[in-house]
Design a protein. Structure first.
Length: 168
């Protein structure tokens, strides 16, 4: 498939057993108001969200994830986002076994108004950087807000709207 085409299919959004980002609703300003479901990542605790995904039409390049988010209340500051991939291969990976997640990170500045969307990207090169995930396979993409990192300076929740994945 060509560079820039969407290749990550989200099968299900999952909350980890501990330190999960909270599912919440953001009200839109229209009449009647929209109800946008988002996952709120705290400013004081590292929190996570998992996406069970399949790779479809992938041609072997890298993958770039886009993390659309908005600030619950802040209009300045930086969030430190991280993402990692855990490949689940046919008859080879035991999900009951421990896995060490190795994150790729990106810092992103909050938009100038609460509720405005920002869209940072996190790139993965083909091979070990993306756990050798191949076309047609399933994986867990884990996203975190690293609130403990010195670069994460935004107060209040960061509201993740979803996940987009394209081939690079």
């Amino acid at each position: 498939m060509a560079t820039g085409n969407p290749v990550v299919e989200i099968i299900e959004v999952l909350t980890p057993a501990a330190n999960a980002a909270e599912l919440t609703v953001r009200a839109g300003g229209s009449t009647p108001g929209e109800r946008l479901t988002v996952h709120a990542f705290d400013a004081a605790t590292i929190e996570y969200l998992d996406f069970k995904c399949a790779l479809r039409g992938y041609g072997g390049g890298g993958i770039t994830l886009t993390l659309p988010w908005s600030a619950a209340s802040a209009t300045s500051g930086v969030t430190r986002w991280g993402a990692t991939i855990r490949r689940i291969t046919d008859d080879a990976v035991d999900i009951d076994s421990s896995h060490t997640y190795d994150y790729n990170d990106a810092d992103d500045t909050a938009a100038s108004a609460s509720g405005e969307i920002s869209m940072p990207t996190i790139a993965f090169t083909s091979g070990a950087d993306m756990d050798s995930w191949a076309d047609g396979e399933v994986a867990i993409i884990r996203v975190r807000r690293n609130a403990s990192h010195a670069n994460d300076t935004m107060t209040g929740d960061a509201e993740l709207w979803g996940l987009l994945g394209k081939e690079t």
